[in-house]
Design a protein around this ligand. Structure first.
Ligand code: GLC
Length: 413
């Protein structure tokens, strides 16, 4: 059976490879994560009062786009409305629980989109489907779905071309619930034909598509598995989203950050199977991305610039390595991603030596030449017999440790 050919928008989405997720709403003022209202049972009226304090004087859409750009992310997926029901955009009177009616008195999505456009970053709109605030969500559900579609229509028509929609919350109701998704997605196709449509499957249905119209499956907080696309009616991309610490929304006292090394490895693990990596930041109550988060993002950008430019266009090609090592191909170039190398030094300064040496790969689709490290151009020795290749990976020069080091070679298929 054949693997379907991806539509242009899906191919372009895959080639963006890395995006920055942004969770931001009134809950940022509390600094206890985006589920604070629900989990702490904050009454509706009390929560709504936060809008009076949501002045967000330091929010700068362009700065947000710069943080993403510096990280090497090609798109930002921002919560235009999260489960708390508050909209960062001007709902045009659909519901006054929105940014223009808050202390901000501005359309924050306008600023976000303008900032992205100025920096060449694609804006994506996260939009919740479950709603803790709107009375119809637990009342006249049909009416709620109309409200949802009207909201999406506003987003489709007021901000120019956008990269995509990222829905969330279907997991809140039993699987047999009719969300009238066909109508919702058709609306987007009508106004924004080049938009990617994602609908988060949640943590319990990772990698599953609830509707054939979707352009990508999701792996929330998981490790994406290789997609078996044989015989699929349509080529769907894959995307894995992840928190940078333990919460999506700003958590003032969440110190449990992932390390930069872990984030680099995770980006690689996603690209290993051709999935996008959507890494989250949570701006604080003023609208500022916490320094720690911006720094980790910047570190990923440094890694990409040093040796990881191939993560965007290169694709899985059936080559397998041992352990976490893998290879990607882009036309007549092949890239080997090598993990766990050690620094070459002396026993008095380098704690762990010897994790360099020979690394084996199999499944090579052609003969390899001109194998060298991307970061410093050092040429590497290797042996190839048919589809088997063994390369002699030198360790890191003293002063360097890239976590994952990339070697590039020419491929003659
Ligand atoms: C989960 C959370 C939600 C978050 C989303 C991001 O669905 O409930 O708060 O926005 O994950 O993937």
């Amino acid at each position: 059976m054949a693997i379907p050919v991806p539509e242009k928008r899906v191919k372009e989405f895959e080639e963006m490879g890395f995006g920055m997720f942004v969770h931001w709403s009134l809950y940022a003022l509390l600094g206890q994560g985006e589920w604070a209202r629900y989990l702490r049972k904050i009454p509706r009226e009390e929560y709504a009062k936060l809008a009076d304090d949501f002045a967000v004087t330091k929010f700068d859409g362009r700065e947000l786009a710069r943080i993403a750009k510096r990280a090497g992310a090609k798109y930002i997926t921002l919560t235009t409305r999260h489960h708390d029901g508050f909209s960062l955009y001007d709902t045009k009177g659909l519901d006054n629980f929105d940014a223009p009616h808050s202390a901000a008195k501005r359309d924050l999505i306008r600023e976000f989109v303008d900032g992205c456009n100025a920096e060449g970053i694609k804006p994506f709109f996260y939009h919740t489907k479950l709603d803790w605030n709107h009375p119809t969500y637990h009342g006249d559900f049909k009416k709620y779905l109309q409200y949802l579609r009207d909201s999406i229509e506003v987003l489709c028509t007021q901000y120019g071309p956008i990269g995509g929609f990222w829905f969330d919350g279907n997991w809140d109701r039993p699987p047999e619930t009719d969300w009238e998704d066909d109508q919702l997605y058709a609306l987007i196709r009508r106004y924004q034909p080049d938009c990617i449509i994602v609908d988060n499957a949640g943590m319990h249905r990772m990698g599953q598509a609830s509707n054939q119209e979707l352009d990508s499956v999701t792996f929330e907080q998981g490790r994406p598995t290789p997609m078996d696309r044989e015989g699929m009616p349509k080529y769907m991309a894959a995307e894995m989203c992840q928190t940078i610490n333990q919460h999506w929304g700003y958590g003032k006292a969440d110190f449990n950050y992932k390390s930069l090394a872990y984030l680099i490895e995770t980006l690689c693990a996603c690209r290993k199977v051709g999935a996008n990596y959507l890494l989250n930041v949570g701006p604080d109550g003023d609208g500022v991305v916490p320094a720690m988060q911006a720094e980790l993002m910047a570190g990923i950008g440094d890694w990409i610039n040093t040796c990881g430019q191939s993560i965007y266009k290169a694709k899985p090609c059936g080559v397998t390595g041992t352990g976490k090592n893998f290879a990607l191909r882009d036309g007549n170039k092949i890239y080997f991603y090598i993990h766990d190398l050690s620094v070459v030094g002396d026993a008095n300064v380098v704690p762990e030596g010897g994790r360099a040496g020979e690394k084996a790969f199999s499944g090579l689709p052609g003969s390899v030449s001109n194998l060298h490290w991307v970061d410093n151009g050092e040429v590497l020795e290797f042996k190839q017999e048919g589809s088997e290749l063994t390369m002699n990976c030198t360790g890191y020069p003293y002063g360097v440790n890239l976590v994952v080091r990339v070697a590039e070679a020419d491929l003659e298929a």
